[in-house]
Design a protein around this ligand. Structure first.
Ligand code: NAP
Length: 379
């Protein structure tokens, strides 16, 4: 049985009462006054008969203060985090757009004043590192260039943060980031090293099926810390990313073989100043795309991939050797044809002419860097 006296005390403030007195609630829900059992969704209409002939009809409209609305609000909030992006350049802004869309509270700090861009995206910008740390974000997301990360991390007023803050980085080199975090951050802070294997170009339409690498370097055992880390990872999982957990060392090995080679080839092609032609093949179109993709990243990023991944130098040497080997194969073939034309009859009669030996492939990664033996004709 419903009666008005016990329910009136459930109005949260005086203005609610005021509205009630003016009869404004007569056509609205009273389900907020008497919470329904959690498992049921009341969709029927109730009518209250009150003293002074006051009639209240209750229908289940979605009000911000009713039970269901509160529950769904709670669920939405429990999935969101307060994330401070440090380094609000190209990549920081790119990530912020999705994080804001997902409902996270996003703050940002950077060397450059990005307050206008931040406002457009829905991010609160702080020029001062003390101010952003005093906002006590749950997550600090480092999106600084590889080269500046050491300096930026050391300049953050860590004492102003909550003791258990989660530090996440997105650097394209992982062992370097992990070592830096372990070296600089107090033991109380959690550490998650990540690398979204996509950028503002490749992920501009969607993150679906794009790889996201992570290494839970140091996450406290508390349920709240574990769930905070999971919530952060879920921001990428729910966009459809392919979540790959691996050590930072494994990442760097794979990334040198794939990402560094890709960026290097893209930058070599960029130097050729390739133009689109009226008869582009599909393959050529892909090369032009590669140039566009890699050239939109800063040179500092590319240099960081080289400097701070110990596997990058070996890949650069392999690339060099592969190019030399290919040229020798071509020139060796040409040399053979010329020799045949010049001396063919005489050498054949003397039994001197042999089929050129095919150049074997370069040794696989990490298997030495010497070139395979060449046939005489190739030299
Ligand atoms: P970036 O050139 O590598 O980094 C630019 C960011 O670094 C800007 O926020 C810039 O701040 C900051 N920065 C540079 N030098 C600084 C210094 N001396 N002091 C303080 N801050 C400095 O370009 P990015 O593409 O934005 O990449 C950011 C990070 O994301 C890098 O670690 C990169 O490896 C990683 N990442 C990038 C991609 C991508 O596709 N771009 C993909 C995955 C991961 P200001 O703008 O305020 O000067």
């Amino acid at each position: 049985m419903l009666s008005i006296s016990p329910t009136i005390s459930k109005f949260s403030n005086l203005s609610d009462l005021h509205h009630l007195n003016r009869g404004r609630y007569s056509r609205h829900s009273l389900s907020h006054l008497v919470p329904p059992p959690p498992s049921t969704h009341i969709r029927n209409t109730k009518t209250l008969r009150l003293r002074h002939n006051f009639r209240i009809s209750a229908i289940d409209a979605a009000q911000p203060f009713d039970y269901e609305s509160k529950i769904s609000d709670h669920i939405a909030k429990s999935k969101t985090l307060k994330i401070a992006i440090v380094g609000f350049g190209n990549f920081g802004q790119f990530l912020a757009k999705t994080l804001v869309r997902q409902g996270h509270t996003v703050l940002a700090h950077s060397r450059t004043d990005y307050s206008a861009i931040a406002a457009e995206i829905g991010v609160s910008f702080y020029s001062n590192a003390d101010d952003i740390c005093e906002e006590h974000p749950e997550v600090i997301l480092l999106c600084t260039s590889i080269l500046s990360t050491d300096k930026v991390l050391r300049s953050l007023p860590l004492q102003r943060l909550k003791r258990s803050t989660l530090f996440v980085d997105v650097l394209s080199v992982k062992e370097f980031a992990k070592d830096l975090f372990l070296q600089i951050l107090p033991l109380d802070f959690d550490i998650l090293c990540t690398h979204p294997m996509f950028g503002p170009e490749s992920g501009k339409n969607s993150w679906k099926d794009l790889p996201f690498v992570y290494d839970k370097v140091r996450i406290g055992r508390d349920e709240s810390r574990v769930s905070r880390c999971e919530k952060f990872l879920d921001s990428f999982a729910r966009e459809g990313c392919i979540m790959k957990e691996m050590t930072c060392a494994e990442h760097d090995q794979h990334a040198a073989e794939s990402q560094f080679i890709t960026h290097t080839v893209g930058r070599i092609l960029e130097k050729l100043d390739l133009d689109s032609t009226p008869i582009n093949t599909k393959g050529y179109e892909r090369l032009l795309d590669l140039v566009e993709n890699t050239s939109s990243d800063s040179f500092e990023l590319y240099y960081g991939l080289f400097m701070y991944n110990k596997n990058a130098m070996e890949q650069l040497e392999r690339l060099d050797l592969a190019f030399e080997s290919l040229k020798k194969e071509l020139f060796g073939h040409l040399h053979e044809v010329l020799r045949k034309q010049l001396f063919g009859t005489k050498e054949r009669s003397l039994g001197l002419l042999q089929e050129p030996r095919a150049l074997s492939k370069l040794p696989p990664n990490g298997n030495g860097s010497s070139l395979p033996p060449q046939s005489d004709s190739a030299n």
